[in-house]
Design a protein around this ligand. Structure first.
Ligand code: FAD
Length: 348
């Protein structure tokens, strides 16, 4: 196991900002992960667990302790009660696993095609897109519990999944290292075509699309919004959606409508969001003076998606944070809604 010192972290993230790790190591087996933890403890170093770096803002000062990248690979398949169970190493690339599941004609993750990052990152914020979330297919998560160093398998319910949350990024943050994730998929199942973008894509076709066609459609739609990492696309230096869609009460909804009417606007209704009492964060951002393509020096907003803050080249973490705070302030002043950020902030 190679422990490196003062390793630059920015190139290991999609946002490409932030300083170095004091120490850095990749754990490719459970034994290596355990050894890395012993190293950190023996030197009293704070530990940060890194996956694919696609949901992070690293501070300019970097990380003062050990960054442990989870590199555990392997995908095993078996059948259980009519489901295809895929046991996947946390270090596997998420989209590679989705491609494999779709190639095996197994339904359940096709709408999550093209999301960057690692398999181990997906339970953390209950990754979701186009009407699907990993909480619907995760059967269990094998973890290393840092409280007592036991390997624990958590069933789906124990993970406490909710919209962009789980116990891993809320109540039990920093307690578990995710080693493997088991997904229960439906062999020969139908793709989920619920979101308007997907329905429109297949609007003209009479027969139900295949899982493969759905995967391709999702990737194409994502690419058009710079939500697919595409080499050479400056809009893909982001952490994806920077803000969560706010869940609001009826009272807040009425207040929003009043504010919109006063401006001669109408709050758009998206059935999929409406059903969960959510409103579009992208709409709030765009109607607070931050349009797609907004530029402020080295940072800006993606020209293809109002929710993605982008590093236009040479940005610092402080630049990203300053823009994030400006957007939050303006949205709150204009709409009375407090936007919550989605990426993890590391070393701040
Ligand atoms: C272009 C783009 C599009 C995106 N689209 C979506 C989308 O549609 N839907 C969506 O939900 N997200 C989206 N994201 C966000 C991101 O891709 C996901 O949240 C992804 O699952 C993060 O995984 P990661 O491996 O990159 O995690 P990292 O960014 O490395 O880490 C994120 C957090 O998870 C923790 N973590 C990671 N791995 C482990 C592990 N093995 N054990 C314990 N903790 C761990 C880290 O400590 C950190 O707190 C997008 C990001 C980008 C850049």
């Amino acid at each position: 196991m190679l422990i490196q010192e003062n390793l630059a972290l920015a190139p290991l993230t999609t946002m490409q900002v932030g300083g170095p790790a004091r120490f850095f190591v990749e754990g490719k087996t459970i034994a290596e992960v355990q050894e890395a933890i012993r190293f950190a403890r023996s030197r009293n170093l704070p530990l940060f667990v890194l996956g694919g770096g696609s949901n992070l803002v690293i501070a300019d000062a970097g990380w003062p302790g050990l960054v442990l990248k989870i590199g555990i690979l392997g995908i095993d398949e078996h059948d259980k009660d009519g489901n295809a169970i895929f046991e996947v190493g946390a270090g596997e690339e998420w989209d590679k696993f989705v491609a494999r599941a779709v190639a095996r004609n197994c339904a359940g993750v096709e709408c999550l095609s093209g999301i960057p990052g690692s398999v181990g990152g997906t339970p953390v914020q209950n990754v979701g897109a186009y009407g699907q979330e990993v909480s619907e297919t995760i059967e269990s998560v094998v973890t290393l519990d840092l409280r007592d160093d036991e390997i624990r398998e958590l069933c789906n319910e124990a993970c406490g999944f909710n919209y962009r949350t789980s116990i891993f990024n809320t109540s039990e943050r920093e307690r578990f290292i995710i080693l493997r994730v088991s997904y229960a998929l439906k062999p020969g199942g139908q793709p989920r075509i619920e979101y308007a973008d997907l329905k429109n894509h297949f609007g003209g076709s009479r027969s139900a699309p295949t899982l493969g066609a759905t995967r391709e459609a999702v990737r194409r739609i994502r690419a058009s919004k710079a939500m697919l990492i595409t080499p050479g696309d400056p809009d893909s230096h982001s952490a994806g959606s920077f803000f969560k869609n706010p869940v609001i009460s009826d009272e807040q909804h009425n207040d929003l409508n009043r504010r919109a009417t006063a401006r001669g606007l109408q709050i758009p209704i998206y059935p999929a969001l409406d059903a969960q009492h959510k409103i579009s964060a992208a709409w709030l951002v765009e109607h607070s003076g931050f349009r797609k393509g907004y530029i402020d020096g080295t940072v800006g907003i993606s020209s293809k998606h109002a929710l993605a803050i982008v590093n236009r080249g040479g940005a610092s973490a402080a630049d990203i944070v300053a823009l994030k705070e400006r957007i939050q302030r303006r949205v709150e002043e204009t709409w009375g809604v407090c936007l919550q950020h989605e990426p993890a902030f590391v070393g701040f």
